[in-house]
Design a protein around this ligand. Structure first.
Ligand code: HEM
Length: 343
């Protein structure tokens, strides 16, 4: 497995221009071992995370995530991992394939970046093609993943034990229904529901939100319960920010849109030190308390909940590089401890 992975790594530089990849393993994989995972790894099985969802729970052994700024690079790397290429980008490939040890049970594809959603909207149901802004990086029309609204890599890194230097990954598959988002809701509502009503009232966001710079300016929003009481609508970012620690988000989002199965969707991939950090953030996004105490509904006027349906959820451990090929649940040698969160 390590040889197969190195084959594609030798073909491209490790960057967006080339290829970036992770390999991760599910609780179902680690269940194969007699020993439990060390306590320093928080990797429960996936479960439903809202009272109104009933997702399929994923149990593949492993996930390989390939990403690049160039589509041909991920497609080529995939073929090489399947043993279908003798050379990749002019670099000779090993005789070993990932498919010598794994059977492919699922394949998810997607894109994120200015203009790509509008370009791909015609391939999918659930999104009015002519309404997605030409320059939007995501189907819902706004920029996401502002630098200051993401956890740092240090914050999501496992700090101790044999898997120190690794992280955990949650991957959900969300179906998007954007007909109402674009056809019935107006710009004010979209800004209020995605960010917060304060942003909509004060014209904080221009276009897709590039004018915001490195932060979604969510600190300017009023408290969630006050917004709910006064406006009857609360924003997605405003609610999700309630999960922050030390005024910083605790998950690192790497989500991207998709037209898999001819349906507009979003593969929500998030990295965090333990799966509990994801569950806490998702709970904040549910806004359950506020819906009980105000006119805000369980899903209506409650951020973007009305427009997304969680179809699948999966949890994974991304081991440090030294353990990325078929790790045991209790590796014998300690990987180097991460001593200082800021180092
Ligand atoms: C279709 C699905 C989604 C879309 C289009 C979306 C979009 C956005 C946008 C535009 C922002 C504000 C800009 C930013 O801070 O980067 C944001 C913030 C955020 N979202 Fe989402 N999001 C989606 C789903 C989710 C899910 C499933 C979660 C997981 C719980 C999540 C967690 C967060 C967090 C933690 C923030 C930052 C809050 C903070 O500043 O502390 N989002 N999202």
């Amino acid at each position: 497995m390590e040889t197969a992975l190195q084959g594609i790594e030798h073909a491209y530089e490790r960057s967006g221009k080339g290829l970036v990849l992770t390999v991760s393993y599910s609780p179902a994989y680690f269940d194969r071992f007699d020993e439990d995972l060390p306590e320093s790894v928080a990797l429960p099985a996936p479960k439903a995370l809202a009272p109104f969802e009933d997702p399929e729970l994923d149990t593949p052994d492993a996930v390989v995530h390939l990403a690049s700024n160039t589509a041909q690079v991920v497609l080529g790397a995939e073929e090489s991992l399947k043993g279908n290429k003798s050379t990749l980008n002019g670099v000779e490939q090993p005789d070993t394939a990932l498919t010598d040890v794994f059977e492919i049970v699922d394949r998810r594809t997607g894109f994120v970046g200015d203009g790509l959603p509008a370009e791909n909207a015609g391939d999918a149901e659930g999104v009015p093609a002519d309404k997605v802004p030409e320059d939007a990086p995501l189907f819902m029309g706004f920029k996401s993943g502002f630098k200051k609204n993401q956890a740092s890599e240090d914050r999501v890194t496992i700090q101790s034990g044999p898997f120190a230097g690794g992280t955990t990954q949650h991957i959900s598959k969300l179906q998007l229904n954007l007909n109402q988002w674009y056809n019935q809701d107006d710009r004010w509502q979209r800004e209020a529901k995605m960010f917060c009503p304060y942003h909509a009232e004060n014209d904080v966001i221009e276009g897709t939100g590039d004018n915001l710079g490195t932060s979604s300016k969510i600190d300017d929003c009023k408290p969630v319960d006050e917004t709910a009481r006064e406006m009857g609508v609360v924003g997605h970012s405003q609610k999700s920010a309630a999960a922050r620690e030390n005024d910083t988000p605790i998950i690192l989002r790497r989500d991207f849109n998709s037209t898999d199965g001819g349906q507009a969707g979003l593969h929500f991939l998030a990295l965090q030190r333990g799966i509990g950090d994801f569950e806490k953030t998702r709970k904040a996004m549910n806004g359950t308390d506020v819906s009980k105490q105000s006119a805000v509904g369980q899903r209506n006027n409650n951020g973007i909940l009305q427009y997304i349906r969680t179809e699948r959820r999966g949890n994974y451990l991304v081991p440090p590089r030294s353990l990325r090929a078929l790790p045991p649940a209790q590796p014998a040698t300690n990987a180097q401890e991460v001593t200082d969160a800021s180092s």
